[in-house]
Design a protein around this ligand. Sequence first.
Ligand code: FE2
Ligand code: FE2
Length: 166
Amino acid sequence: MPGWQEVISPARPAPSMTADPRVRGYLVQALGHETGAVQLYLAQAGLAALWALENESRRFRADALDELSHVERVMHRLLALGVAPPAVSGPPLRLGRDVDQMLLVDRELEVDVIQLYERARLYCARVRDRDSEELFADLLGEELEHLAHIDAWRAELLSGAVRSST
Ligand SMILES: [Fe+2]
Ligand SMILES: [Fe+2]
């Protein structure tokens, strides 16, 4: 059994591989975006629950879990490249005062991330980092679907509002 000195001693560093600095930069940016998205959607789920909007709260929570899987995949890619994932901190979350406002904030975030992943994917293809290219292409596809889902949700809200005002 190891003594406590061994238990608390620093782990051996990961095997060093040379990651292209721009690929690394894209992955670190992606980690910031995805972590921010988890926090945003969890906060919106909490707020919707406070407003007794159970269904909406569940939907935001499901989105947060999807984003968490993105955090995990980006982190694994950084680790595979021998890069320690940095801790992420960011500005206060913008939440919105009703569900439609929340969805507009979410939409902005998703559009930013889609643009980032398109640039990242093209760059990784250029430097022939196939694994990173594949990761960014997959994430890009999923975020495009997410954006479509946000737009469909907004359209649903709008048609509900039209119905209830007629
Ligand atoms: Fe994501
Ligand atoms: Fe997303």
